[in-house]
Design a protein around this ligand. Structure first.
Ligand SMILES: [Zn+2]
Length: 76
């Protein structure tokens, strides 16, 4: 029997918000993205193995990774 399985990473844009960038110090819009890695069986996503979030400054492009708990604490 042949089993096809693997991992697939999907990026999803979430609503961003205004915040002060720790790098450039400007109060600008920050983009929030969710990066989810999913286990696939026959190319069909079965379950999520990991989920991380990253915020990107729209002024300088500085990207930082945040945990789900931090993302929830920000109350987007
Ligand atoms: Zn910045």
């Amino acid at each position: 029997m042949l089993l096809l399985f693997g991992l697939r990473t999907a990026l999803k844009d979430l609503p961003g918000r205004l915040a002060t960038c720790p790098n450039c110090g400007q109060f600008v819009h920050h983009r929030l993205q969710e990066r989810a890695t999913k286990f696939t069986l026959f190319f069909i996503p079965v379950f999520t193995t990991s989920r991380t979030y990253q915020i990107t400054c729209s002024n300088c492009g500085q990207t930082s990774a945040i945990k789900a708990r931090q993302k929830n604490a920000l109350a987007w």
